[in-house]
Design a protein around this ligand. Sequence first.
Ligand code: SF4
Length: 396
Amino acid sequence: MLPRLVYRLLTEVSPRLAWKAAHLWAYKGTRAVAAHRRRAARGELFPPFLFLALTNACNLHCRGCWIESRGPVFRLSEAEVDAVIASGKRRHSWFFTLLGGEPMMYPGALDIPRRHPDCYFQIITNGLFFGDDNVREIRRLGNVTPLVSLDGPEEANDRRRGAGVFAAATDGMARLKREKILFGVATTVTGQNLDEVTSDEYVRGFIRRGAMYLWYYVFRPVGADPAPELCVDREQMLELRRRLLVLRRRHPIVLIDTYWNAAGEAVCPAALGLGFHIGPRGSIEPCPPLSFARETIRDNQGDLAATIDRSRFLRAFQEFVRARTRGCVILERPGELAEFLRQWNVTDYSGRDALAEIAAGTARTSHHLPGEEIPEDYWFYRLLKRQLFFGMGGYG
Ligand code: SF4
């Protein structure tokens, strides 16, 4: 697999963009993780990676989405975005995931990577904004990797995301491929699409379309329409893990999950302090599906590092998770999680009553599978997971 992946990288990605990804994403990502470990050893809290939800505005209304995009539009100001990134840089954190809503609907979204050429940006997008101008600009910038969300083959995707979305997103991907841009596809795995989205055919389809990485998320029943029937059960979770290992050996594409470390043990990025989520109103939240916060980026005169490090809530959240599971408390302990959030008197930034939604949830399997851990069996992925995307940009 590796020689074919290297061949693809050499022939399908512009050498300048490949070099930028190697330097800004891989090399600086490794340094960011090392700096994070040193901070953690001193008892300091600041993540190596940050998610910035630029806006809650979105042109789609996908089933199971937890973002409230029909009400008032919120966005981070340009000055706030720059201040967050500057704080990250001071702590050797150079990788930022831009999301929303739809981040490409944020005015001047591509001005952000232009203003910060020493950082690398992953844009999680529905893929409907890759007309010629934007694609040329992404190529010119070089420090952006689009991650296009597609949930299964055309019919299944459009059932969740809307008619015509698959065709429009893959058109955009064709333009990204033509301009030799490094991009990936994000797919949500549900109990219903597991077979389809982990098939050889599915993976090959995105290789043909030029994706260099495929990022699997596991469905979480959150939001106004939580769709619990889409949850993955324990046997399916184990099957997902087994299939990932097989697909990784078989296909020249990087298959990313942020659920398991090299030993196959479960990981919660928020509990490990690997990444926090900044909402479009500036709230500092544990992770994207948990839109609750006690602090905002405006606290402590805008000193983000001080605000995160002094956040008793973020630290208590880590303790709360660690005391219960290595996996996901949203899935495993919704009732206790709602109680914890209530005790901390958090502000709910969802635009709905997300606390009531979580409280109404039923305990389910997460990726924590004690006694049945399946370690990575391919040295390349063991190395990556030890050094790099062990939580990088991951929803967990
Ligand atoms: S595992 Fe669950 S709680 Fe942890 S970061 Fe992921 S979604 Fe959030």
